[in-house]
Design a binder for this molecule. Structure first.
Ligand code: SAM
Length: 279
């Protein structure tokens, strides 16, 4: 029988998210390639799986791939896992999967948790088109340059970030994309201190700064894409502001109008004050 390379998703926090099929697959293969064998060893122990582990990480991927291909070509099934979530999504494995395809080996997904997808599903941002950016460069200048390059993209932008750099990322995002775009930060998904906050970029920054606990753990940051200029141009700002002001307070009207038209919130607020001066 031809062998199979399984790419298996594991939990991003809550162990109950490991699927039955994931456990059965990890139990049935002859070898599991894992990013960190000590970390994955603990998971396997918890789920009572004794399959041997082999390290496959950024620094040994080429060598480990050669050994795993030999096993696969000899007829053994192998599984690939990462520390958390779906392998290859900001995690190692690209060389192995690519080499397996080249060698004519069947590659099968055992899908499951992924922080980006979990976060998008609760963010309340457009999901018809999103761009997974993953981690931005750690160096400020390179990070800003990449954000500036993304400023015209109309897809929802999805970033991975740690608590250590989340404030720097949001400060650069405000500088490159403006403070008015609707955004959502999701931290510690599926864990004890799970939280998601949705607001414009400036409000997200204020929320992060408001409590040191908001900066702890692992984050997915999602920021709305550039407004559709074609559509925005056909919307009359004054009519929009007047209609919104009948339903919601002035600052909310300005914020919503800014999101719809792609203008600055301050500009919309000022125009609203001219149209309907405060009593
Ligand atoms: N492969 C993983 C996946 O499928 O999501 C991602 C691995 S990447 C090395 C780790 C990053 O994913 C973290 O720094 C964080 O940005 C994000 N992440 C992982 N687990 C998370 C969680 N429980 N809540 C929020 N973000 C998480």
């Amino acid at each position: 029988m031809a062998s199979i390379l399984y790419v298996v998703a594991t939990p991003i926090g809550n162990l109950d998210d490991l699927s039955e099929r994931a456990r059965a697959t990890l139990d049935s293969v002859s070898m599991i390639a894992a990013e960190d064998t000590r970390h994955s060893g603990r998971l396997l122990k918890t789920i009572n799986v004794s399959t041997p582990l082999l390290a496959l990480h950024d620094h040994n991927e080429q060598r480990a791939t050669a050994g795993l291909l030999e096993r696969l070509l000899a007829g053994e099934d192998v599984a690939l896992i990462s520390d958390a979530g779906t392998p290859l999504i900001s995690d190692p494995g690209y060389r192995l999967i690519s080499a397996a395809h080249d060698a004519g080996i069947e590659v099968r997904a055992v899908p499951g948790p992924c922080a980006a997808i979990a976060a998008l599903s609760i963010a309340g941002l457009a999901t018809d088109k999103f761009l997974f950016v993953g981690f931005l460069p750690a160096k400020a200048a390179a990070r800003r340059k990449e954000l500036e390059g993304l400023s015209g993209n109309s897809a929802t932008l999805v970033f991975y970030e740690s608590g250590r750099r989340i404030e720097a990322l949001m400060a650069d995002a405000e500088a490159a994309l403006g403070g008015d775009r609707l955004a959502c930060v999701a931290r510690e998904l599926t864990k004890l201190h799970e939280q998601a906050f949705r607001g414009d970029v400036a409000e997200v920054r204020a929320w992060l700064a408001a409590d040191p606990n908001h900066l702890r753990g692992e984050f997915v940051v999602m920021i709305s894409g550039a407004p559709n200029q074609g559509r925005a141009a056909t919307i009359d700002l004054d009519t929009l502001l007047r209609e919104l002001a009948r339903e919601v307070p002035a600052s909310a009207a300005a914020r919503i109008a800014a999101r719809i038209t792609g203008r600055r919130k301050a500009e919309c607020y000022q125009r609203l004050m001219e149209l309907i001066p405060p009593k």
